[in-house]
Write a new protein. Sequence first.
Length: 257
Amino acid sequence: MQSDVELAKRVELESLVKKSRVPAQLDYIQSATGLILGLFMWGHMLFVSSILISKDAMYFVTKMMEGEYVLGEAHPEIVTVTAIFIFIVFITHALIAIRKFPGSYKQFRVFREHAVRFKHSDTNLWFIQVITGFTMFFLGSIHLFVIMVNSDNIGPYASADRMVSGWMWPLYLLLLVAVEFHGSIGLYRLCVKWGWFEGKDAKASRKNLKKIKWAITIFFMGLGLATLAAYMKIGYEHKDKAGERYVPTYISAKVAS
Ligand code: HEM
């Protein structure tokens, strides 16, 4: 028979084991939500940059996202639901990350001194994650809300007008810089943390991963800036007719003939 003292000790031990599992579970959720968001952003940037091909290409992508080619007519609610899902993943990721932020100026100074003394580039990357993550929390939330309530107002002219006439371009510019650093550093840190692509020589693979990370940042930053410039050019040219919706050439040509 177990004595009361032994039983109390066992209960205490079990609760300690349970508690010690929580940080690992939170880490796991943070990695999973980060992976979803990182991959989503690659797809998002490729779709949004269709404007670099032509207005018709961006119109096609918009209608594809609204399910028009499968369901026979456009359903912007699909975009709203996707944006709500991404918003939930985004907020979950951010809330779990907050626990690792320096909680006071004193903690921040200790961290900076530590980073300067050790000159370890991964420690600096972590600091960039904190700054860009904090920025994205505000700017990303605004963007997601705007998209959620304007899911029926996306397209070559609608998006370009929002950027120029709706003055969203400064937000997009800051968000783009934050996203491109945060996303590629995040995916790099995921690979290092979980040992993905480690191979036989962990040091060499970490070096390679870092090169790939930089290549990805430069590629998506370049693509994002070119995309932003393209929307802004259309937005300026369309300023006097802001609000007018784009009619694709295959429809306007049919109407004209
Ligand atoms: C389902 C969710 C999302 C949808 C449907 C969506 C859609 C769009 C659309 C249509 C644009 C073009 C501008 C406009 O129409 O206002 C845009 C631009 C942009 N979005 Fe999103 N977005 C989503 C989520 C996100 C998230 C989570 C982020 C980052 C936190 C983000 C970052 C950006 C950036 C930086 C741009 C500017 C891109 C550039 O100019 O190169 N988006 N998004």
